[in-house]
Ligand binder design. Structure first.
Ligand SMILES: [Zn+2]
Length: 152
């Protein structure tokens, strides 16, 4: 698996994860969202068997650091703790999908920069620390833009 080539990132995940998994649950932590499929309401959740519409696939990491893929419907995927980078990734992908649904032109440049950084992290070419710093910088740019727009 690609992440095995980045032991430093795996260590970071474990380090950040220690306290959360003890207080929240024994569920492994989502480190990456892979896919969301609209099953139209007739699918059963791979996690609990309940009927659902959206089935998510995600990569999770347990306290020992081993990773695997899980599937769960929307209600169940929310029960899993989520790594900050994965949370950011999901938010930007959702925004991108909204833009595409509405036929809007591409994401603002700061959102693209943030998404590029997250994807570079998952591709193994950027550290988690730098990717998250890029996301924070992008958010600051967005905030500045909104403030300026509000003053026109
Ligand atoms: Zn379920």
């Amino acid at each position: 698996m690609r992440n095995r080539q980045r032991p430093s990132c795996a260590r970071e995940f474990r380090g950040n994860n220690t306290r959360m998994t003890k207080t929240i649950a024994r569920l492994p932590r989502i480190v990456r969202y892979i896919d969301r499929v609209d099953a139209g309401g007739g699918a059963s959740c791979p996690h609990c068997g309940a009927t659902g519409r959206y089935i998510f696939t995600a990569e999770v990491q347990d306290e020992q650091g081993s990773r695997r893929r899980i599937g769960a419907m929307a209600g169940c995927i929310k029960l899993f703790p989520v790594a900050p980078i994965a949370r950011e990734h999901a938010a930007y992908l959702e925004k991108l999908a909204r833009y595409e649904r509405n036929g809007w032109k591409g994401l603002p440049s700061w959102d693209r920069d943030a998404l590029d950084a997250i994807e570079a992290f998952y591709a193994g070419t950027m550290s988690e620390t730098l990717a998250l710093a890029t996301v924070r910088a992008a958010r600051a740019r967005a905030k500045t833009w909104r403030t300026m727009r509000g003053r026109r």
